[in-house]
Design a protein around this ligand. Structure first.
Ligand SMILES: Nc1ncnc2c1ncn2[C@@H]1O[C@H](COP(=O)(O)OP(=O)(O)OP(=O)(O)O)[C@@H](O)[C@H]1O
Length: 596
């Protein structure tokens, strides 16, 4: 199980970054190598065109003007203008395609991480604030943008420049070239020392950014509670602290990052002095004045790309802190997966068996202990019991949102762990306690249950669960746009939509967790008649605190103390005068009191 985390606690890295991860990054770049080569060719052509200017000037001054060659002047003028246009086009091509390259790679990475997140088990999402997941998909990936576009292309052209310049330098004077490289080991040591500090600083920074994001995300999600408790000042204080923490960490990281640049500059200046020192003493002996001047020019040419490569390395180290989080997410193994050799669950009837099932969310705290029961297909089962007894847990195991620790859950004799998840969940309609409405129209929200459902099918499902009554009264009916979480709808309306969604999916096994808790009793009564027809022939599990809802179920399981403490029909349990009886009586008394 993933380690639990919250918005004011830094996340620990589960896996340290290693050099292999850069190869992994390169894999994202590989499909775009053709584009990179094209950009490089355009850069080289632009450089060549750039060199034509001084050459045209030379021809004009040395030959065209003295000879008063007007047509030659026109020709040079036109060629010069064309070369400028060409350089302009190259620049546009370069900027556009480098940006496109970066975005293409980021898009692929984002797609991978999103796809992977969709497969991760509930326990992963249970264990950390969602803002900390969000920041990985959006912000961390964005930080790689410049590195993967400009950085990468410039790196290739800089390495190219360094190699060419070195060849020229060696050709002119090998001894001076070796002097020029004498301080490179110092540079390497410096880079090594700084890089480990810099990496740690950026790791801390990524954590602080993650904390900040998680707090903002949580504050927005809980804004109604914040305002109703007038807690704005306290939230402001917490945010201010988190924000300041982020600023301080940022400044520290940047301070370390910028140690490298002056270091490289100093080394280049010292190298230059060394060349002058050695070179001037050798003028006339081994080196001519012209050679020394040309050599100094090449040393300059050599250091510019070296400084750029240093900067690239710097950005790479910075990006590493984000990359390791991205790869950490991609490496997170879904806990609930198809086991090797899992077969698709055939069309089921819906016979369900729990055999000696023990389950815990966390070590040492059993929620269910040796639970045994059998439900025949077509039966309706109600799960009742005190808050936190484990009712939702029972259906979480049935839908295999979690795996049992001991025992077995089977449907029609198939262990749910031996069949493919998709084939299992397709035959199951689950309406969870916290109904989720997605941003979009009501029609789209209901159609979520069956993507190819026609409008008529959607409306028919809504009619059965009495959602049609309120939807038809909305100005835009089924085309009414609702916000994420359905904030513009009442809790009961949200439940009715979720109800229609699950019924549209037409599952063999229907699971309704507190599906009607926010619906008024009159609507619920109306809904019951439609529901009864729908439950017919399907195995259904209904969790409800309002016992009037489940009186007619074929079996009632009273969950308590990690067990099915009582089971039977309503009449049997009432006659037994046990836990269920007491619960029913207390609700009945409360209703009577309220009525009086
Ligand atoms: N994701 C989770 N991680 C850790 N513990 C959990 C998790 N979900 C539930 N629990 C714990 O497991 C126990 C059973 O929870 P469950 O949701 O099954 O209860 P329930 O009977 O459905 O309660 P309610 O009637 O309040 O909905 C509770 O003590 C709860 O705190």
């Amino acid at each position: 199980m993933a380690q639990r985390n919250k918005s004011d606690v830094d996340e620990e890295l589960t896996e340290q970054f290693n050099w292999y991860d850069y190869a992994r990054l390169a894999r994202y770049i590989k499909p775009y190598m053709k584009k990179i080569y094209q950009i490089l060719i355009v850069i080289i052509l632009a450089n060549v065109a750039g060199m034509l200017g001084p050459y045209f000037t030379k021809i004009t001054i040395d030959s065209i003007i003295p000879n008063k060659n007007l047509s030659g002047l026109w020709l040079i003028g036109i060629l010069f203008t064309l070369s400028l246009f060409f350089i302009g086009w190259c620049m546009r091509y370069r900027i556009y395609h480098i940006t496109e390259l970066g975005q293409d790679v980021l898009k692929d990475m984002r797609l991978d991480i999103f796809q992977h997140l969709q497969k991760l088990s509930f326990s992963y999402f249970d264990s950390r604030p969602h803002g900390k997941i969000l920041i990985r998909v959006v912000n961390y990936i964005n930080t790689l943008s410049d590195l993967l576009s400009n950085g990468l292309v410039n790196l290739i052209s800089d390495i190219f420049n360094v190699v060419i310049t070195l060849i020229f330098m060696f050709a002119i004077n090998a001894k001076l070239t070796l002097y020029s490289l004498a301080l490179i080991p110092i540079l390497i040591v410096m880079v090594m020392v700084i890089q480990s500090k810099q990496r740690r600083a950026y790791q801390t920074l990524s954590n602080k950014q993650s904390n900040l994001n998680a707090y903002i995300h949580e504050s927005i999600a809980g804004i109604k509670v914040t305002q109703s408790f007038a807690r704005e000042q306290e939230n402001f204080r917490i945010f201010d602290e988190t924000n300041e923490d982020n600023r301080r960490t940022w400044m520290h990281a940047v301070k370390i990052q910028f140690l490298l640049w002056p270091g490289v500059q100093n080394i280049s200046v010292i190298t230059m002095c060394l060349i002058y020192f050695v070179g001037i003493r050798q003028i006339g002996v081994e080196v001519s004045t012209g050679t020394l001047i040309a050599f100094i020019g090449y040393v300059n040419n050599f250091w510019n790309p070296v400084i750029n490569i240093g900067n690239f390395y710097n950005s790479l180290i910075t990006a590493t802190a984000y990359l390791e989080r991205i790869f950490e997410t991609l490496d997170e193994k879904p806990e609930i997966v198809d086991h090797p050799g899992a077969k698709p669950l055939p069309q089921i009837e819906g016979n369900i068996t729990f055999k000696d099932v023990t389950f815990r969310y966390e070590p040492g705290k059993d929620i269910l202990k040796d639970v045994n029961f059998h439900v025949d297909h077509g039966q309706s089962v109600a799960l009742v019991g005190p808050t936190g007894a484990g009712k939702t847990t029972v259906i979480n195991l049935l839908s295999r949102f979690y795996d049992v620790n001991e025992g077995e859950v089977s449907i029609d004799g198939h262990n749910v762990q031996d069949v493919t998840l998709a084939s299992l969940r397709r035959q199951m309609g689950v309406m969870l306690q916290d109904t989720f409405i997605f941003s979009g129209t009501i029609m789209e929200n209901i159609r979520y249950g069956k993507l190819d459902a026609t409008d008529e099918e959607v409306v028919a499902a809504a009619k059965v669960v009495r959602a049609d009554d309120f939807i038809s009264e909305l100005k835009n009916g089924y085309d009414t746009v609702v916000e994420e979480r359905g904030s513009t709808l009442s809790a009961g309306q949200r439940q009715l939509i979720a109800f229609a969604r699950v019924l549209l999916a037409d599952p063999r096994i229907l699971i309704l967790d507190e599906a009607t808790s926010s619906i008024d009793t009159r609507t619920e009564e109306l809904l019951q008649s439609g529901l009864l027809a729908l439950l017919e022939g399907r195995t259904s599990f209904i969790i409800a605190h309002r016992l009037s809802t489940i009186k007619n179920c074929d079996q009632i399981f009273y969950v308590d103390g990690g067990k099915i403490a009582e089971h039977g029909t309503h009449d049997e349990l009432m006659a037994a005068r046990g836990l269920y009886y007491k619960l029913y009586q207390s609700q009945y008394d409360m209703l009577r009191l309220a009525h009086d």
